[in-house]
Design a protein around this ligand. Structure first.
Ligand SMILES: [Zn+2]
Length: 378
């Protein structure tokens, strides 16, 4: 039987703020309020302890694709991200044939039932050909609510989010359908105007898929989706903080408008995350990863990232100079709340899963615990 552990001496980031010389008590798979007598004390002086990261937009890692991999490959990809601190992950599909996506949704819903993944995100096929990014244009389609319904039904209650270009015919009705079914409607890969974006938010959209990327730039006469997504407090914006997808000033603009509670850092990672440079497939499209930047072989569009959330964390604190509490919110609490999982993950509080990350003073990852078990022992 695993003994209880007291992680002592670290700076611990709690929802109420940072406690120096704090402690986190782990009993079994959960965080506990008090320590039993025989608890093992783990000295973490000089370290930070933060909640395990929650990634709501992630296509793969460790050489594996969540869109097309086998179950073993998917688990390997999930494990790769866990070793980088992501203890909760939503697996994202890129655009594919409807039959393929429904079949894949069935397969991954089983991994969600087993607790390996937090759910499924469909990024496409209901996105704009003008802003397709690394999605196969021949498979894109207008968002028909009946087809959206087909996808979420195939996920058997495990669909968490659908990204769509809400300005397309059927877009706003599809947002309504998703909202009614408790699935996040995310605006993204969109060519919408400001006004069209406002309409979609009023219909129930609550997330901006990688804000700034795959949407029209902010203009002073035609502000486009970015202005609408930034100004409306019902929207949480996803940001890919890898130093490639966003200029630091764009990130700062997002934090300035959204405050600490409506930003979620994501990886949008593809197979090469935690794996290395080389040639990969993203759905049906070939991608070349060079110096950790993934681009389509044809056309050169950025094709997801090779980011892991520990790197996003370090960058946010050391390059972007964000307050560590805001970074923790953007990596943990905010996505957990959106996904409806904040009662079990997203903060270090008694009763929640013992999912946590240990960082040293340079914000390098030193330990990862998931459900009470060290995956990386500090
Ligand atoms: Zn994506």
């Amino acid at each position: 039987m695993a003994t209880a552990k007291v992680l002592a001496g670290a700076r611990v980031v709690l929802p109420t703020g940072t406690v120096t010389d704090g402690r986190v008590i782990v009993d079994g798979t959960k965080i506990a309020g008090s320590a039993p007598e025989n608890a093992e004390v783990v000295d973490l002086a000089g370290h930070w302890v933060v909640p395990g990261f929650v990634d709501m937009h992630n296509h793969g890692g460790g050489g594996a694709s969540f869109t097309s991999g086998t179950v073993d490959e998917i688990l390997k990809g999930v494990h790769t991200h866990r070793l980088h601190g992501t203890t909760t992950v939503v697996t994202s599909f890129v655009t594919g044939e409807m039959d393929f996506l429904t079949q894949r949704a069935g397969l991954l819903s089983e991994l969600a039932e087993q607790g390996e993944i937090a759910g499924i995100h469909f990024e496409g096929p209901f996105i704009s050909p003008c802003r397709k990014g690394a999605h196969d244009e021949t498979l894109l389609r207008d968002p028909d609510p009946a087809e959206v319904r087909k996808l979420i039904d195939a996920a058997r209650g495990r669909a968490k989010m659908v990204t769509l270009a809400t300005e397309l015919p059927g877009g706003v009705d599809s947002v309504r359908l998703l909202a009614e079914h408790g699935v996040i409607a995310a605006i993204g890969h969109t060519d919408a105007t400001y006004e069209q974006t406002v309409e979609a938010i009023d219909a129930g959209a609550t997330v901006a898929t990688h804000l700034f990327n795959a949407m029209p730039a902010l203009g002073h006469r035609a502000p486009g989706p970015i202005a609408a997504l930034l100004e409306d407090e019902r929207i949480t914006v996803e940001l890919i903080n890898d130093g490639t997808h966003l200029h630091p000033a764009a990130l700062e603009l997002a934090f300035h408008h959204k405050g600490g509670d409506k930003v979620a850092f994501i990886t949008d990672a593809m197979d090469a995350a935690g794996f290395g440079d080389g040639r990969y497939m993203l759905g049906p499209l070939e991608v070349e990863v060079k110096d950790s930047v993934a681009r389509l072989v044809e056309g050169g569009s950025i094709a997801g990232s090779t980011l892991t959330l520990d790197r996003a964390f370090k960058r946010a604190v050391t390059v972007d100079r964000l307050a560590i509490e805001d970074v923790v919110r953007a990596l943990c609490a905010n996505p957990a709340r959106l996904l409806g999982m904040y009662d079990t993950v997203g903060s270090l509080e008694p009763g929640k899963d013992a999912d946590l990350v240990v960082l040293d003073e340079e914000f390098e990852l030193k330990g990862v615990m998931r459900r009470g078990e060290w995956l990386v022992e500090p």
